[in-house]
Each structure stands twice: as C-alpha cells, then as structure tokens.
Write a protein that binds this ligand. Structure first.
Ligand SMILES: Cc1cc2nc3c(=O)[nH]c(=O)nc-3n(C[C@H](O)[C@H](O)[C@H](O)COP(=O)(O)OP(=O)(O)OC[C@H]3O[C@@H](n4cnc5c(N)ncnc54)[C@H](O)[C@@H]3O)c2cc1C
Length: 473
C-alpha cells in the first residue's frame, strides 16, 4: 500500500465532490492541489445551486406561511419584499460558506489554484489561472470533479436578457410580472415557487404527463394541487416550440394536446430542462478516460476511470446529479487512492425537492419497483391522521414505506409534506441498516412530530395502527 504522504493528488473542480475529496485527502496526509475557477471552493452547489436556491425558498415559504396565518387569526398584512436586500442576504450566505471553505483549505494546507485545468497527459495538468498566467503541474493521481451545467435546447436559445437559466434566475435581477418555466423538474419547480411567492405569475410547461417525472405520482399529487393554486398554469403533455423576443416580452408558442392557448407573451422565460456533465475537459483525449454517450465519465465502483491514474466523482461521473452523492463519491475515491478497500455501493441515495410541500424519497421508488415487476408491499400513512400535521395546518402530506413482502425489509421510503427533506434521513438509515418494517414500528418516536408518520406507516403495514381505522374483514 502506498504511503499517502508520498502521494501528490490534484482535484479538478471545487464543488461538494471536489472540496470534500481535497480536504479528506489532505487529512489523510496527501499533498493536495485543488483547482477551480472561483475565488473559493464551493462549485455549483454553493455558488449557484443548492445553497442560494434554499435560501430563497426559505424566504418564499415564510411569505406563503404568513399568508396562511390569516386562517389562524393572525394577519401580518401583505408581505413587502425588498428584492435588493433579499438578494444581498442570499449572497451573504453564499459568501460565508464559500469563504469558510477557503479558510478550511488553508488550514489543511491544500494548495488552492484559482483557474481552469487541462490535461497534458494522465499525470500532468496545465492550469490557466483566472488572474492570468499558466502553470504545468504533475501528480500521482487526479480526481475529476468538474460537475455539470444547465442543458440547453438549441431551438429555444435566443440572445435576450429575458431568457434565464437556473444561474441567472437565482440572481433575481427583478421580479417579473410573468414567468414561463420550461421543464417541470425539481429545479424549475423550486425556482418557479420562489418567483411565485415574490409575486410573479408563473406558468410551467412539462412535456411528460406529470410534474417531477420519475417520482411516484402519489407523492407528487399534493405538490401539484398546491402549485395549481400558486401558479397561473401548469401545462402537461406540452412543449415550447419556439421563443421569440418582441417589444415587452418573449412570445412562446406551445405544442401539445388539450391546450387552451397556443401562444403567450411572458416577461421572462426560465429554461430548466436538466443538466449536462462537464466532461469536455481540454486534453482529456490525451488520457485513457472514457466518456459515455450521455457525456458522463465512465467509472467503476472505486470511482476509477479507464485510466488508472484518474478518478471521476460527482455530476460528471453519472446520475443522480446530487451534492450528497458527489461528496460521498469524493470521499470514496480518496480512500481508494490512499490504498484502503473502499467502494461506492449505497443501498439508498435520498432525493429531495425543496418545494412546499417538500417531496423526498430514498431507496427504491414504487414506480421503479413496478417497472422491474419487483414484489413490494406499500404501506401509506396519510398526514390527515397526524396530530403534528394538524397543528401545522398541513394535512396534505403522506408517508409511505415500500416493503419486501417476504423479508419485511424496508426497500424504499417516500414522503411528501413540509420537512420531508429532513424526515427522509431516517428512511435512508433504515435501508442502509437493513431495517425491517418491525424495527420502525417498535422504535419509539417523539410525539407530536412528523417523524411519527414513519413509525405509523410501519404500523399500517402490520395492520396495528391505532391512528387510522381499517374495518376487520
Ligand atoms: C438551482 C440548483 C439547485 C440545486 N439544488 C440541489 C439540492 O438542493 N440538493 C442537491 O443535492 N443538489 C442540488 N443541485 C445539484 C448540485 O448542485 C450538484 O449535484 C452538485 O453541485 C454537484 O457537485 P460536483 O462536485 O459534482 O460539481 P459542481 O458543484 O458542479 O462543481 C464543479 C466545479 O468544477 C469547476 N470546473 C469545471 N471544469 C473545470 C476545469 N477544467 N478546471 C477547473 N475547474 C473546473 C466548475 O467551475 C465548478 O466550480 C442543484 C443544482 C442547481 C443548479
């Protein structure tokens, strides 16, 4: 086994995959260089993804809740939004976090090079520095963590400040009167919710027959119902055929069945139709790294590419494109570089949509199980029977367990409702620990909490729930 302290390691990309890999490698004694174009580590997640979007969604939730409070006899009046202050608060959160990562890099003696890396060969990188100049650096191992960028539809690409992607939408340059969101995936719905809460009339166009394609329909339904009230329109089975800028807006034409309107003018248009891996790294062809047909760098369970000196992690190495998956892959790659017996084989990777209500799932979904003709039993606990949900005036939630009927092992958990993103962690732990539904049923959960609904769903599975009534057959 190589002595880690003799290893020189480069990490290309400073997102949640890259900085986690760089910091752990330094902690294990390696000499580490972290390369990223930004002034501090953070990547998409911290600068223009998870963190700024969640700061804005928190503000959006507060606005919506203040309106709902009227039902409980509390009237705050109509919220007044100072967009400039909201923007600078969001930016201060990003600055605090990324600045903190810069400090942590220094404390660990990670060499941080602000620039863009290209390959000279499998062990050598040429870095074009952001502030000018170039440098060639040699390494024993290189970890690629170059992430992803918004996908573009070439036919909808117009040169106009009215056309937004997730990055420019997060800047909230202003609050447009109307916004068309192209794509009903999680990024479009999260950002659409932010703008709707700020007062924009939002329309969403989704080409499949439901929002959040791939997610279980019973989890999406409560979100769909709430968004129907928040948004101007949700057009399903529909596509945007063209966008054309004209005086005062962008004219969008729609295609699809059962559409009331075939075209409409919007102040702004946000295209959020997925993300593309950043695998077009200059000089990559000088290595043995292989890229698949979707643009992901091919890796094995040790995150090693077809070139033994090069690893790839995070969004550039495959789905799901999520920050926590990137971090865990980064940690695995570093352990492998250090010569430890490690592999990335999670039983469950949680996914969370931070809308209101939040939608979260982990392990197998019902949709996947049905597609694979896998035998599962589904136990659902509706939040209408949860005391805590009633105290929050949010009975629109649902917690469900997907259980192996033979072994009673928990294979998947799905939750919709406020706080689902926090609650889903218990589901992931249950799956990783090979918990049985009985383990969840017998684990005492605090009352009154939404976490009880996980235990309650297990009770439903055994027919022992005292919170819902099932007539005896
Ligand atoms: C609006 C939005 C909201 C999101 N919300 C969530 C969420 O709530 N939860 C979640 O889990 N995920 C979320 N994501 C996804 C998440 O941001 C990504 O999964 C995550 O950032 C991937 O991390 P990564 O380390 O692979 O790369 P990234 O974070 O993409 O970072 C890659 C870095 O590499 C740099 N780079 C690229 N090429 C080079 C090069 N040649 N040389 C040097 N540096 C290079 C890039 O500039 C970038 O800084 C969101 C994404 C968006 C856009």
């Amino acid at each position: 086994m190589a002595d880690p302290s003799s290893l020189r390691v480069a990490v290309v990309g400073g997102g949640p995959g890259g900085y986690a890999a760089a910091f752990l490698a330094a902690d294990l004694g390696m000499k580490v260089t972290l390369i990223d174009p930004e002034v501090n580590p953070g990547g998409v997640c911290l600068y223009r993804g998870c963190i700024p979007s969640k700061a804005l969604l928190h503000a959006a939730k507060l606005i919506e809740e203040s309106r709902q409070a009227k039902n409980w006899g509390i009237d705050f009046g109509e919220p007044k939004v100072d967009v400039a202050r909201l923007r600078s608060w969001k930016e201060s959160v990003v600055k605090k976090l990324t600045g903190g990562l810069g400090q942590l890099a220094k404390q660990r003696s990670v060499e941080y090079v602000q620039g863009r890396a290209a390959f000279e060969n499998s062990n050598s990188l040429r870095v074009t520095k952001t502030k000018g100049g170039e440098e060639s650096l040699n390494f024993d191992r290189i970890i690629l963590a170059t992430g992803s960028r918004p996908a573009v539809i070439p036919s909808l690409k117009i040169d106009s400040p009215r056309l937004l992607d997730s990055t420019s939408a997060l800047d909230i340059a202003d609050v447009p009167k109307t916004l068309l969101v192209v794509g009903g995936g999680y990024i479009g719905l999260e950002l659409g919710s932010v703008y709707a809460a700020l007062g924009t009339r939002v329309s969403v166009v989704e080409m499949t027959d439901g929002l959040l394609p791939g997610a279980d329909r019973d989890l999406v339904l409560p979100l769909h119902k709430r968004l129907e009230k928040m948004f101007d329109a949700i057009l399903l089975n529909a596509t945007v055929a063209s966008l054309k800028e004209e005086k005062g807006g962008v004219r969008a034409t729609f295609e699809g069945k059962a559409l009331k309107e075939r075209e409409k003018v919007f102040d702004k248009v946000l295209v959020s139709v997925g993300r593309k891996p950043n695998s077009e790294i200059r000089g990559l062809e000088k290595t043995r790294v292989k890229v698949d047909s979707r643009g992901f760098i091919q890796v094995n369970k040790q995150l090693q590419t077809a070139d033994s000196a090069i690893f790839a992690i995070g969004d550039v190495a495959g789905e799901p494109m999520l920050a926590h998956k990137a971090t865990h892959e980064g940690r695995t790659a570093v352990e492998v570089v250090a010569g430890h017996k490690y592999s990335f084989e999670p039983n469950a990777i949680p996914a969370v949509v931070f809308t209101d209500p939040e939608v979260a799932w982990t392990g197998i979904t019902e949709t996947e199980a049905r597609a694979q003709a896998k035998q599962i039993k589904v136990a659902k606990f509706p939040w209408g029977a949860s005391g805590r949900a009633l105290t929050l005036d949010r009975t629109d939630g649902l917690t469900k367990l997907l259980i192996d009927p033979e072994t009673e092992r928990v294979l998947g958990v799905g939750i919709v409702g406020p706080g689902a993103g926090e609650l889903i962690a218990e589901g992931t732990l249950a799956i990783e620990m090979a918990a049985l539904a009985g383990d969840l049923e017998l684990t005492i959960h605090p009352h009154p909490t939404l976490s009880e609904t996980v235990m309650n769903a297990a009770e439903v599975f055994y027919g022992t729930s005292t919170d819902v009534y099932r007539p005896k057959r």
